[in-house]
Every structure is written in structure tokens, then in C-alpha cells.
Design a protein around this ligand. Structure first.
Ligand code: BT5
Length: 327
């Protein structure tokens, strides 16, 4: 109902629309409308009311409110079930809880701020209020558990496409970062719940630094992190970015499920900031160096080391200056 009220208010931003007209058009009592207006005001909408003229929408809050998102969704299912919070410990935790309860595929969890946003391996993710997109998406792919890394790769391609459409020349760093000039713009955390041979659910957590000013990052992240507004020099609409991202995610996921992973992998390779680079690998049990040659069909990174080819399924990569070529 509030989305409907907002639609009517939007059609009348120049003038007022009377409570009576709204009540007739939506077939609800004027008292109910008054109550809905109070809720909208609490959410941050500025709505002026005039005893004779009625209501007028003045400003819309810069928040990722479901009332703003839902009418503009272009997807068939991703985002159709939407759980929105102003503050939450971690969207991935909430998405996993919902997934375990059986929420539909494509359910998303969004928050303005995370109190304890998570990276991989118990690392933290800085998620300040109304500055970024802190999002988790629940998927239930039919492919076997060992192919789950495909989800991280397709999410990275979806995010990179979305960001590049703003003219930001970002690249993907294996396995889960989007970088701009070596600084981290986006982190992706994919978590899975599976049986031996089937995935129950996958949660893809995506954190995009959208409007965080350079000096708003904590000291330890200032040299490693950046945001879209810091790169572009102007604030970016989180709402537009989110809508574009959900559409890209759905398009790529549908493509992977229907026609296979090859085209996404090919695009990942083109967008990669890792392939061809000299890298240090910090694996779960060991570290080594080499040249990142390729990724394989399962999303593993193939490294050329002095001893031969190594396959890395999980771990951290740090890019370094290429070794001097022998003269
Ligand atoms: C990641 O981990 O990059 C995955 C981040 C995923 C965040 C999303 S937000 C929505 C969803 N809900 C969650 O709770 N998480 C997901 P990793 O590769 O381990 O990188 C973590 C490291 O990135 C930290 O140790 C910091 O060095 C750095 N970092 C933390 N916050 C950052 C930020 N906002 N921007 C850039 N770098 C950051």
C-alpha cells in the first residue's frame, strides 16, 4: 500500500494530492492513509501536508528502501523477496538463516550498515551507514558443490560489468575482489551449505564501497580501499547501481544455469587483473610465488611456478611487480 501511495505522490510532485483522492483511488480510509504517511515520514520521506490541499512529496531519503527498489526491479526473481534493515550484524548471516528456513531462490538481504560485516577467514568488512551496497543473495543452483566457486566468479563479473558501465575501469582480482588501480572497491564472500552431492543453498555476499569518502575509511584501509565516489568525484546513486547489479546477476546466473559456464569464464578472463601477473599465493597450508596463467572450469587459479604448474582452489593472492626480464 505504501508503494502505491508513493506512486501517487510522485505523480504529483509539483502540487498536492488530497487525502480524499488517495482514499478513492486506493480504496482505503483517510485514517489509514494518514497512518501510512506517518510511517513514510519515519522512514525519511519528507511529505508536507496541508489541511485543504492534501499531501505533497518533497524529498526521498537516500536509502535503499524496498519502496524505492521494488517498483523499479527489472528482474524475474532476484530481489523479489527482499529483506531490508537499517542496521544488522551481517547480511550473509541473515541470508543464511533465511536460506536454512527455505526462503525462495533470489531472496536478497540488504542493509544500510553492518555492525560486524564479514570478509573471508574471519576478517572484517567495513560497512558504514548509507555509504555502500551491503547485499546478500540466496541462490540454489543445481550444480555439484565443487562447482560453487562459479558463483563467486559470476558475481564478480556481474559487479564488474555494473561498475564499468559507470566508466570506472575496474578489474577482478582472484578470487573475490574488484580493484581499481590496485585498491579494493568491492569484496565478495560466497558461503555454501551442501550435502555430499548437492548444494542446499549458496549465499553470495557483496560489499561495494559506493559513497565512502577517502577520509571516512579507517586508517588501516586508506591505502587499500577506495570507493566509486572517490574515483569519480561525485556521489553515485546506490539505488541505480543496485538495480543494475541485480539485473546483471540474474542475467549471468540464468546464462550459467541454462547454457553453461564457458562465456562467463571467458568474460572473467578478460576482466581479470590477476592473469598474466607475478603473484604471491597464500594458501591454506602453504605460500609460494609464480605467474598466474589461467583459471580452470572450476574457478581454480593455475600458477606457473619454477617447479611446474600449481592449482589453487582457495587462498589469497597478492599481485607484485613482474620480475625483471633477463637482458
Ligand atoms: C572480502 O573478504 O573481501 C569479502 C567481503 C564481503 C563483504 C560483504 S558485505 C555483504 C555481505 N555480508 C557480510 O558480512 N559480508 C558480505 P576478504 O577477501 O577476506 O577481504 C577482507 C579484507 O578487506 C579485510 O581484512 C580488510 O583488509 C579489507 N577491507 C575491509 N573492509 C573493506 C572495505 N570496505 N573496502 C575495502 N577493503 C576492505
Amino acid at each position: 500500500m505504501r508503494a502505491e501511495i508513493l506512486r501517487l505522490l510522485r505523480q504529483n510532485t509539483e502540487g498536492y494530492i488530497s487525502g480524499e483522492d488517495i482514499s478513492k483511488l486506493l480504496n482505503v480510509s483517510r485514517t489509514a492513509i494518514w497512518k501510512h504517511m506517518q510511517v513514510l515520514k519515519e522512514e525519511g520521506y519528507q511529505i508536507s501536508s496541508h489541511p485543504r490541499l492534501g499531501y505533497r512529496l518533497q524529498t526521498v531519503p537516500d536509502l535503499l528502501l524496498p519502496n524505492e527498489i521494488c517498483p523499479r526491479l527489472t528482474t524475474n526473481y532476484i530481489g523479489h523477496s527482499l529483506h531490508y534493515f537499517t542496521s544488522i550484524p551481517s547480511t550473509n548471516n541473515e541470508a543464511k538463516r533465511l536460506a536454512a528456513e527455505g526462503c525462495p531462490e533470489g531472496t536478497i538481504v540488504l542493509t544500510e550498515e553492518q555492525q560486524s560485516g564479514r570478509g573471508r577467514l574471519s576478517r572484517g568488512w567495513f560497512s558504514p551507514y548509507a555509504k555502500g551496497i551491503w547485499l546478500s543473495v540466496v541462490l540454489r543452483p543445481q550444480f555439484p558443490p565443487q562447482e560453487a566457486p562459479k558463483c563467486t566468479l559470476l558475481a564478480a563479473v556481474a559487479v564488474a560489468r555494473t561498475i564499468r558501465s559507470l566508466g570506472v575501469d575496474c578489474g577482478i582480482k582472484w578470487p573475490n575482489d574488484i580493484l581499481y588501480q590496485g585498491k579494493k572497491l568491492v569484496g565478495i564472500l560466497t558461503e555454501m551449505n551442501a550435502e555430499m552431492d548437492a548444494i542446499n543453498y549458496i549465499v553470495i555476499g557483496i560489499g561495494i564501497n559506493v559513497n565512502t569518502a577517502a577520509d571516512e575509511f579507517p586508517q588501516e584501509l586508506r591505502d587499500v580501499g577506495t570507493s566509486l565516489s572517490a574515483i569519480l568525484g561525485y556521489p553515485v546513486s546506490r539505488l541505480d547501481l543496485l538495480l543494475a547489479l541485480l539485473a546483471e546477476l540474474e542475467a549471468l546466473y540464468t546464462q550459467v544455469c541454462e547454457t553453461g559456464f564457458a562465456p562467463v569464464l571467458e568474460e572473467w578472463r578478460r576482466l581479470s587483473a590477476t592473469l598474466g601477473q607475478a603473484v604471491d599465493i597464500f594458501g591454506i597450508n602453504r605460500s609460494f610465488s609464480g605467474i598466474a596463467l589461467d583459471i580452470d572450469d572450476e574457478g581454480a587459479l593455475i600458477i606457473q611456478t619454477e617447479a611446474g604448474l600449481e592449482k589453487v582452489l582457495a587462498g589469497d593472492v597478492s599481485l607484485r611487480a613482474k620480475p625483471q626480464e633477463n637482458k
